[in-house]
Design a binder for this molecule. Structure first.
Ligand code: IPD
Ligand code: CA
Ligand code: CA
Ligand code: CA
Length: 266
């Protein structure tokens, strides 16, 4: 089977993310919690589920043999070699509070490698896109990461998973990082954190405990904008660490985080 053209996958990702974003944006006002997951603060709204359902319908309607990995459980097995990573609302807590910092993240993997990704932030009016090897764009215009800086001058975004047993360790890691950098930002959306690295509105981003649907699209967008995006010791981004920064700064932050161990108690 010949591999699909990544630009065609991007077009489909865009269609799905835009339709999903429009649906979620219409449903934001007056939204309430439907369910919780790993902890009482790890919330799901009815729009998380409805948006994922819509996106899944768009993707499988066009490409029925593809696989899907969606945050809200919308897994589909496929046979085409293409897998979609879908976070219908990344930044659900912001969404719940009527804030603008949330996005729809849709990425296309071919044989395990992300080749196209979209992060659509409807309330902010921003659409971030990338195709592997083709650069990163915001609303169609090329973007690039901020020039290298030293760690002590870096504005560093981070995030914290909602699992209660990880939070204490995350606070300890933050206590180590905060005195070493210019400042910390906690935007509340991993996908938008990566897009912030891509457009240079932060210098770096790290988080421990994220999943492929959080970073599938954003990691490609940040990488195509000139950032290095990886886990610990050169591993691909994974649950232990997702780190994005331009080369030079990346290594400084990596070396600070590397000895700090896992995000679980004990
Ligand atoms: C969360 C957001 C948050 C990050 C968490 C994620 P969700 O995703 O990206 O910024 O810190 O680790 O779980 O649950 O809002 O899709
Ligand atoms: Ca997420
Ligand atoms: Ca989500
Ligand atoms: Ca969630």
């Amino acid at each position: 089977m010949t591999n699909p053209d990544p630009r065609e996958l991007l077009d489909l990702a865009l269609e799905a993310a835009r339709k999903g974003g429009a649906l979620a944006a219409r449903g934001q006002e007056g939204i309430s919690v439907l369910d919780t997951k790993s902890s009482p603060t790890d919330v799901v709204t009815e729009m998380d589920r409805a948006t994922e359902e819509l996106i899944r319908g768009v993707l499988l309607g066009a490409r029925p043999s593809d696989a899907i990995l969606g945050e809200e459980g919308g897994a589909a097995r496929g046979s085409s070699g293409v897998r979609w990573l879908v976070d219908p609302i990344d930044g659900t807590v912001n969404y719940l509070y009527g804030r603008a910092e949330w996005g729809v993240s849709v990425a296309a993997e071919v044989d395990g490698v992300v080749v196209a990704g979209v992060v659509e932030a409807p309330v902010r009016g921003r659409t971030y896109t990338a195709v592997r090897g083709g650069g990163a764009r915001r609303n169609g215009e090329p973007i690039s990461a901020a020039p290298p800086t030293t760690l002590d001058m870096a504005l560093v975004a981070t995030g914290f998973g909602y699992e209660a047993r990880r939070r204490r360790r995350q606070a300890e890691v933050l206590a180590t990082v905060l005195p070493r950098v210019r400042d910390i930002r906690r935007l509340g959306s991993a996908a938008l954190d990566l897009c912030a690295v891509a457009e240079g509105t932060v210098n770096a981003y790290y988080e421990r405990g994220t999943n492929p649907w959080d970073w599938g699209a954003g990691a490609l967008i940040a990488a195509e904008a000139g950032a290095r995006v990886a886990g610990l010791r050169g591993a691909p981004p994974n649950f232990d660490l997702l780190l994005a920064a331009v080369p030079g700064l990346f290594e400084q932050l990596h070396d600070l985080l590397e000895p700090l161990g896992a995000d679980t108690d004990g």
